[in-house]
Design a protein around this ligand. Structure first.
Ligand code: HGY
Ligand code: MN
Ligand code: MN
Length: 430
């Protein structure tokens, strides 16, 4: 007997218990979580999630990019799928929710439908994308790029900070980089994609709103600046004849700050700074600076990088060093699908939840998925806006509410989407 939408509820207890359990994988003594993409901890989290998917009665598989999928079959084999999920990998010393909140909410929604005996018309696909964060200095959103067919041979051969290629990392985690093309889903196989995520910013918590309806997601680019000077003796080298790579890098860090401060881009961060050979009594001969630039306008991002390039040339000239800026591809800003965001707003209203519309300053897999299907995001509040830090937290009641809003939005999408049909069995299926 099919339950009515209003009776459908996720198991809040199971959701919270699983988020806590996941946060123990890669937990460090100071309360942070470090679960870098393709690491043993990341694989363990994926395997545990796969077990939970199987327990919920989903058909489970991983693709050549090590994305994890669980399918709850729909009643109409010719209808495209509705997909929902997020990621399980983390930054270094992260909090427990960035990614897992979305994967566990998606699983909780599938579990609720299955327990209630409610079969959707569309297949419901729960996904845990691999390598959203970009471990060890590599650009992220790798798993979702594989799903959308956007991962390139250049990406696969790119080296991380340890000099290991992305291909080797994928293979080491159980994937098959030679078959990465098989991970791509053709657009007609997908009707919609939803991602629940913590806001990772202060807006919802400050406004005392419990649900964020995301209008759009920021654009971003990652850059690595390599600075080359000349190592020399700290005691005998005159200040006037030094080629000090650390001084050049320090000036570049301040230039990155000025790039946003002067209004060229929305935000700009020098997140990593390494200096070599890293000995107190040696004038540094080399340095690298990891840079993250974001804006809601892709032209401003490109223009901002050109400005930084010019400033870097001036710094190199004034410090007698050379500075090379290596840029990754721009991740363009995207708008969320208005029909799907309408379902999210209606679902929040039906549950009496205070909601706010806002854009996302963080990047997400949903912005990659938007290239091949209508996509939308639900935010739940981050207490004091903290994220990418051990003190990242969201009120448990807000996590449960968010999962119930997701569940209702999925059902609303299922019943309202007059989607084009397709014949199952095309490339990329299980
Ligand atoms: O960096 C970001 O915005 C996301 O957490 N990967
Ligand atoms: Mn993150
Ligand atoms: Mn995230």
């Amino acid at each position: 007997m099919r339950s009515s939408v209003s009776e459908l509820q996720v198991s809040g207890e199971l959701l919270l218990e699983r988020i806590i359990r996941l946060s123990s994988i890669g937990a460090d003594p100071e309360g942070g979580v470090t679960r870098l993409a393709y690491s043993p901890e990341d694989v363990r989290a994926r395997e545990l999630t796969a077990d939970w998917m199987a327990e919920a009665g989903l058909e489970v598989w991983i693709d050549p990019a090590t994305n994890l999928f669980g399918r709850l079959p729909g009643s109409d084999p010719d209808a495209p799928a509705v997909m929902t999920g997020s990621h399980l990998d983390s930054v270094v010393r992260a909090g427990p929710l960035d990614g897992p909140a979305g994967v566990m909410s998606a699983l909780a929604a599938a579990h609720a439908l299955r327990s209630a005996g409610t079969q959707l018309r569309h297949d419901l696909i729960v996904v845990a994308f691999s390598n959203e964060e970009g471990a060890k200095g590599t650009p992220g959103m790798v798993g979702s790029k594989a799903v959308t067919g956007a991962l390139t041979a250049r990406d696969l051969s790119s080296l991380d900070a340890d000099g290991v290629t992305l291909s080797e990392r994928i293979r080491g985690a159980g994937g098959d980089p030679a078959r990465i093309a098989d991970a791509a889903w053709s657009p007609e196989r997908l009707a919609a994609f939803f991602e629940l995520h913590i806001e990772q910013g202060p807006v919802l918590h400050a406004a005392d709103a419990r649900i964020g309806v995301v209008t759009g997601i920021t654009g971003q680019i990652s850059l690595t600046a390599t600075v080359t000077g000349a190592a020399n003796h700290a005691g005998t080298t005159p200040m006037s004849s030094r080629q000090d790579a650390a001084v050049a890098a320090a000036r570049l860090v301040l230039a990155v700050q000025d790039l946003a401060g002067d209004g060229h881009v929305r935000v700009a961060t020098a997140g990593t700074l390494t200096v070599g050979p890293g000995v107190r009594n040696v004038v540094p001969g080399r340095a690298t600076v990891g840079i993250d630039i974001r804006d809601d306008c892709v032209e401003r991002i490109r223009a901002g990088v050109d400005v930084l390039d010019r400033w870097a040339a001036d710094i190199a000239a004034s410090t007698d060093t050379t500075i090379e800026l290596h840029r990754s591809t721009v991740q363009p800003p995207v708008m969320m699908d208005q029909t799907l965001t309408g379902h999210i707003a209606d679902s929040a209203d039906a549950l009496g939840a205070s909601r706010l519309t806002l854009s996302s300053g963080a990047g997400h897999d949903a912005q990659v998925m938007a290239a091949i299907c209508p996509s939308a995001m639900i935010f739940v509040p981050s207490i004091d806006g903290i994220s990418h830090a051990p003190t990242e937290a969201t009120a448990p009641r807000d996590l449960v509410l968010g999962a119930n809003v997701l569940l209702r939005a999925l059902v609303a999408t299922d019943s309202s989407t007059r989607t084009r049909n397709f014949r199952r069995g095309q490339a990329g299926s299980a």
